[in-house]
Ligand binder design. Structure first.
Ligand SMILES: Cc1cc2nc3c(=O)[nH]c(=O)nc-3n(C[C@H](O)[C@H](O)[C@H](O)COP(=O)(O)OP(=O)(O)OC[C@H]3O[C@@H](n4cnc5c(N)ncnc54)[C@H](O)[C@@H]3O)c2cc1C
Length: 445
């Protein structure tokens, strides 16, 4: 039987400018394209999770292109290690190709699959794809990881310019033209196979009514980004988060678009990679504070107050608007994410992990590294965190970033009426209380 290469799609759901896929297609063997519904991840999600619906919509597009080329996308469900044990033999796989994934769960999973493959004499090759620089690429002179963003970003930007000049981070390979893979490229996929069932219902899920919006990387958005990105009532940001998360866009394309237009936008991409490398080098942050002494804070953890925060009825309009935007759309503006996160951890003195989990289950662009990093930043417990004694004043933030209440009235229509609730805490009292709680552990340390 002829031998095949296998490409396993994960956070790289596209046929163009995909490093691991290109390597598979250049292997000289027919390539079997595979997507696995990893039950280790999906078992914890709601059946109508909008991110699953988004994934199936993309898989349907990919599958259509492959079917037109006489091939087919395979979709399997289960534990990847068990599945590989079976499919390596069944599909006569000689080499498995993937793109690197730096999350602790994925590293563990890949190491197990690699072991299964090795036992069968099959190689497992992985490629850097969803980042400009992988966690080991940018280190301090002493070889240790950066824990402060500013020096990291300076090196990131300098290295980005250098790599772009050398062509290492350029987009588009010789086998694809823009977004449309060429016929020659598509002809290298293995022929035949059953057309895949690319609807979420066939795999035990329900279609969500929430949709992931298309992203905007147009000239206007990028040129005005610096000026508008902090205003929650304007469409001033790209909405590219879910697309980067699931790889429907190539990070190299995104960075190249931003490079000539908006340095501030490019620096946001560096923030993303800063937190990816923090999670990789300091995996304890998944459960603990980056700086362990902050785990001694005596949180209030009042369940009823947490509920008021979750459903956007704290009596602080900008906080409530943000939470309602999140609950209704799966998106919250970055400035408001900072305000709501600070409010929960400081004003309500609630463990940042509670808020992190709420965001994780609701954000369409949820990314463990960015969510965890930013929550710890807001709570003052993380690397390069906002200082523990800085407590955002939600009223001043609202005046500064939503002076005419456009954002607030969009999401909190009853604001200004008797139906709008009183404030759950007094700002000055809550601020003092938070500072005392943080100070207490600083003294103990
Ligand atoms: C408490 C909190 C939780 C967050 N959780 C997430 C999360 O789960 N997933 C996520 O992608 N971002 C998260 N962010 C960062 C940021 O809010 C979102 O990336 C951004 O709002 C997404 O909208 P956009 O794509 O329109 O962003 P744009 O402003 O258009 O930025 C473009 C891209 O740059 C990256 N980026 C921008 N700001 C940041 C940042 N502060 N940290 C890391 N990357 C950044 C993202 O990939 C983003 O999509 C969080 C921020 C806070 C304060």
């Amino acid at each position: 039987m002829s031998q095949n290469s296998l490409f396993w799609f994960r956070r790289d759901l596209r046929l163009h400018d995909n490093r691991g896929l290109e390597a598979a297609l250049n292997s000289g063997r027919p390539v079997i394209p595979l997507f696995i519904i990893d039950t280790g991840i999906t078992d914890d999600l709601e059946r109508d999770d909008a991110r699953i619906t988004f994934i199936f919509n993309i898989l349907r597009e990919i599958s259509g292109k492959l079917t037109n080329a006489g091939s087919s996308l395979r979709i399997l469900k289960g534990n990847p290690a068990d599945l590989f044990d079976y499919i390596i033999d069944k599909w006569s796989v000689a080499e498995i190709f993937v793109n690197e994934d730096y999350e602790p769960y994925s590293l563990e999973r890949d190491s197990v699959v690699k072991g299964v493959a090795a036992q069968k004499g099959v190689s497992f090759s992985s490629f850097r794809d969803h980042v400009i620089f992988s966690p080991g690429d940018i280190l301090k002179k002493d070889g240790k990881p950066y824990t402060v963003y500013t020096p990291y970003s300076k090196v990131w930007l300098a290295e980005y310019q250098r790599s772009a000049i050398e062509g290492r981070n350029n987009t588009g390979d010789v086998t694809s033209v823009g977004m449309t893979p060429t016929a020659d490229y598509l002809s290298r996929f293995a022929k035949g196979g059953e057309p895949c069932r690319c609807d979420s219902e066939s795999h035990g899920f329900k279609t969500s009514q929430l949709i992931v919006e298309p992203y905007d990387l147009g000239d206007k958005l990028l040129l005005e980004y610096e000026q508008k990105r902090d205003l929650p009532w304007v469409r001033g940001t790209s909405m590219i988060g879910p697309h980067l998360r699931f790889g429907t866009v190539s990070i190299r394309e995104v960075a190249a678009r931003a490079a000539g237009m908006s340095l501030v936008f490019l620096k946001e991409l560096a923030w993303r990679e800063f937190f990816i490398q923090i999670l990789f080098h300091f995996p304890h942050v998944v459960t603990d504070s980056f700086r362990p002494h902050f785990d001694r804070i005596e949180w209030l953890n009042d369940g009823l107050l947490f509920e008021r925060w979750c459903n956007g009825t704290t009596g602080y309009p900008i906080v409530d608007a943000g939470m309602r935007q999140l609950n209704q759309t799966g998106f919250m503006h970055n400035r408001v994410r900072m305000i709501t996160a600070s409010f929960l951890s400081k004003h309500l003195l609630t463990d940042w992990r509670w808020g992190e989990a709420w965001f994780a289950s609701h954000l369409l662009d949820y990314e463990l590294s960015s969510n965890n990093g930013n929550w710890q930043w807001a709570a003052g417990t993380g690397c390069d965190a906002s200082p523990w004694f800085r407590v955002f004043n939600p009223t001043l933030q609202q005046k500064k970033f939503d002076a005419h209440l456009r954002y607030v009235t969009e999401w909190v229509p009853e604001y200004g009426t008797t139906r709008y609730p009183d404030q759950v805490v007094d700002h000055s009292m809550a601020r003092e209380r938070a500072i005392l709680a943080y100070k207490a552990i600083m003294h103990k340390t």
